[in-house]
Design a protein around this ligand. Structure first.
Ligand code: GLA
Length: 729
């Protein structure tokens, strides 16, 4: 059993290598006592030393004990207005305007299997491992609000999840002004915070800051998880490296507005919270109604960041991604976007497809511009009717021609958006978010459809179903190309509910589409990686990582992405040079090596590359197949940071039979120092042959002694080095 309950009040969640503990004290406050390396379930509440702290008051149950204050205790559910002045998770507003939320332990139950959240993604049980669930009910002292805290345990994976459900069991309506999903209080020690921040075309750069008394906060109020701040964070002991130190991950399973903050309190406790952003959030819970907050995936590693990443990669790959393509090899694709942009016709597409098919590419993806009036990005969104004139025939005919070449066929959609210059907008202007009496903000000259409305979703489902059932389509790139604002629903929901209901609407449409087309491969996208989050992986096992296809910039984007998200989730393509985003020219081979660390494809017209590069395409595709198991299900090791003069990473398969090291030089120097590398993840006792020199040494020697390259590669040059394990005798 991964969930141990002692004395009906002490809850210890055990994973293979970590423990999480809570204790409902004599006043029924649910204390957080521990999260970290595995312990043996003794009550660690005794580590909490209380004191009479000035200006930190005492709840009535303290009965004169001036040392008992909610303002100083580590808690599972800090709430508003009852004397904890730190960050709260639940904020209520009662009918009389008061905001007190005084939650006390009421009961618990332990359930087999992992829990589901209505209308939202969550980790699920697979054939190999089932989770266990602990549900703790907390009752509000003076109202009829009950909070149910859900804890899921995946023992083997070293993962613990948390989610929150707020129920109104009374008659009076109550406003929920804030409802975060998770609070982690660290009573002792210093911590650093790693966040993944950026912008369009430069997502998920790693930032690391010490956590002090000044609050560190990230979040999004853009209606999407965003390019700017990824909904995932790592807290770690100072000095933690890839291989050493304690680190804790928090990863939100949500694609809408979110907040994460970490701050040290007056006595040194560090509180980290995560959940839906409280800005423009307010749900009115009437009698019998409930609100579900999204899941947070927690994981701890006592052996550094690489281990933490492996734990996230595995759980997301095996318990979040679903459908056929969770396990089936992803097709090597060619996307026409950077090859043609909007300027294509059937002839051009077939020429790209024909060349690609001859070189071993397995799928053509037709990007933006095939529907409605859409020859640039100013019109047509919402009019999901095939532009047969532009395509010189039906989509079915085009799809069949592609299939006849032995390739699959994929299609781009941007379902959540509407152009003002579209028939859909002319017919239903109220389907777009805009506030009566105000001009809406435009972004890429488009508006956002109100996905909280059933009729909007029905329209989109009908249109997409029509297109996907008429033409032979194997893949959909689901795009979303602007931030949301001007929140006002003509569908009747109050503004405080719309951001969340909008995202629930997106999930609903995705779910229903996949129910109808279970074999479809979805690739998520939002101007590249603007919605690269765990929740989207529930629907699309791969996500276009960034609109930036420059192989050198990609080193840092893919490096930052790798802390939480598996390589199989990373859409990564070889594109033309000079690169369309940066103007940089990087050798074809290097572009291939970088794209191999992802779900692989091309984004250029192969009729316009040299014969030699075409040969390299064949070689790259052969490598993709040869190393698929390593790159897509193996363990991923960051061997360096991306900012130095070289960037290197490695994949090691589960049996430790093979390791593939990739190295890219990011700059050149005169009289260069030699390049030395240490491999990771090998079996120390096994002999491995290095493809570079042919030398055979033990895994221990390769990992500790490493190898020095006999020459220094030039700027932007790259290498793949394979370490093959010799037969074990
Ligand atoms: C976004 C995507 C691109 C491409 C364009 C099409 O920017 O990220 O890959 O699909 O939209 O308009």
């Amino acid at each position: 059993m991964a969930i141990k309950v002692s004395g009906e009040r002490l809850f210890t969640l055990q994973t293979k290598d970590s423990s999480y503990q809570m204790y409902a004290d004599e006043k029924d406050v649910l204390l957080h006592t521990y999260y970290g390396r595995r312990i043996d379930g003794e009550n660690l509440a005794e580590l909490i030393v209380r004191g009479d702290v000035g200006f930190s008051g005492n709840p009535p149950q303290a009965q004169g004990d001036r040392s008992y204050s909610l303002d100083c205790l580590p808690q599972e559910l800090p709430s508003s207005g009852v004397g904890d002045y730190r960050e709260d998770c639940i904020r209520l507003r009662h009918a009389d305007g008061s905001t007190a939320a005084d939650f006390r332990f009421e009961s618990y139950e332990v359930l087999p299997g992992s829990y589901r959240i209505p209308g939202m993604p969550a980790l699920y049980d697979n054939e190999k491992e089932k989770g266990e669930t602990l549900v703790i009910s907390m009752r509000e002292a003076a109202s009829s609000i009950v909070v149910r805290l859900y804890y899921g345990v995946f023992e083997e994976e070293n993962v613990i999840t948390r989610a929150v459900r707020v129920e109104n069991r009374g008659k009076e309506p109550v406003y929920l002004d804030k409802c975060l999903s998770c609070c982690l209080d660290y009573s002792f020690g210093e911590l650093e915070l790693m966040t993944f921040v950026g912008r369009h075309a430069m997502e998920r750069t790693v930032e690391r800051n010490p956590v002090g008394h000044t609050k560190l906060e990230i979040g999004s109020i853009r209606g999407a998880s965003s390019h700017q701040y990824n909904p995932a964070a790592i807290l770690c002991s100072p000095g933690t490296t890839e291989d050493w130190g304690d680190c804790w991950g928090m990863c939100l399973v949500y694609s809408g507005n979110f907040i994460f903050s970490a701050q040290q309190d007056q006595r040194g406790l560090i509180r980290a919270v995560m959940g839906i952003h409280p800005t423009q959030f307010c749900f009115c819970l009437k009698e019998g109604e409930a609100f579900d907050a999204p899941q947070v995936i927690l994981s701890h590693s006592g052996q550094g960041l690489a281990r933490l990443s492996h734990q996230y990669h595995r759980i997301l790959r095996e318990h979040m991604c679903r459908g056929k393509y969770r396990d089936v090899k992803r097709p090597v694709l060619i996307n026409n976007w950077e090859a043609t942009y909007f300027d294509f016709d059937q002839e051009k597409l077939l020429a790209i497809a024909e060349k690609a098919a001859g070189l071993g590419i397995e799928m053509l993806v037709l990007d933006d511009g095939w529907f409605g009036k859409r020859n640039d990005d100013n019109s047509g969104l919402g009019d999901w009717f095939v532009n047969e004139k532009k395509l010189g025939g039906s989509l079915q005919q085009l799809g069949e021609k592609i299939h006849q070449m032995g390739m699959k066929f994929g299609l781009w959609f941007e379902p959540e958006m509407i152009s003002e210059d579209s028939d859909l907008y002319r017919e239903h202007p109220d389907w777009a978010f805009q506030i009566p009496g105000r001009q809406p903000n435009r972004s890429r000259n488009q508006l956002v459809l109100d996905m909280s409305r059933q009729e909007v979703r029905e329209y989109l489902l009908e249109r997409m179903t029509n297109i996907l059932s008429k033409a032979p389509i194997d893949y959909v790139k689901w795009d979303m190309n602007r931030s949301v604002c001007d929140i006002y629903s003509h569908g009747g929901y109050s503004a405080g509910e719309v951001y969340h209901r909008h995202i629930l609407g997106v999930y609903d449409l995705l779910e229903r589409l996949l129910e109808r087309f279970p074999h479809l491969l979805l690739e998520g996208c939002s101007g590249g990686g603007g919605r690269f989050d765990a929740a989207m992986l529930y629907y699309s096992p791969q996500i276009w990582c960034s609109d930036n296809t420059d192989a050198v910039n990609r080193l840092s984007i893919q490096y930052g992405t790798s802390f939480f998200y598996p390589v199989s989730a990373v859409g990564s393509h070889v594109s033309a040079v000079p690169n369309h985003q940066t103007g940089r020219s990087v050798p074809f081979r290097t572009r291939g090596h970088v794209a191999l660390a992802g779900s692989f494809g091309y984004e250029l017209d192969l009729n316009r590359v040299t014969q030699e590069e075409q040969e390299q395409v064949k070689e790259q595709i052969a490598q993709f197949h040869e190393y698929y198991e390593l790159t897509h299900t193996g363990s991923y090791y960051r061997l360096s940071e991306p900012a130095g003069r070289l960037c290197a990473w490695a994949f090691v398969d589960e049996r430790k039979d093979r390791a593939l090291v990739t190295l890219v030089m990011t700059s050149a120097e005169g009289n260069p120092a030699p390049v030395h590398l240490k491999v990771k993840g090998l079996d120390p006792d096994r002999q491995y042959r290095c493809s570079l020199s042919g030398a055979v040494r033990s895994g221990r020697t390769w990992m500790n002694g490493g190898l020095t390259l006999p020459w220094t590669p030039g700027e932007y040059e790259s290498l793949l080095i394979l370490f093959e394990g010799m037969e074990v005798r």
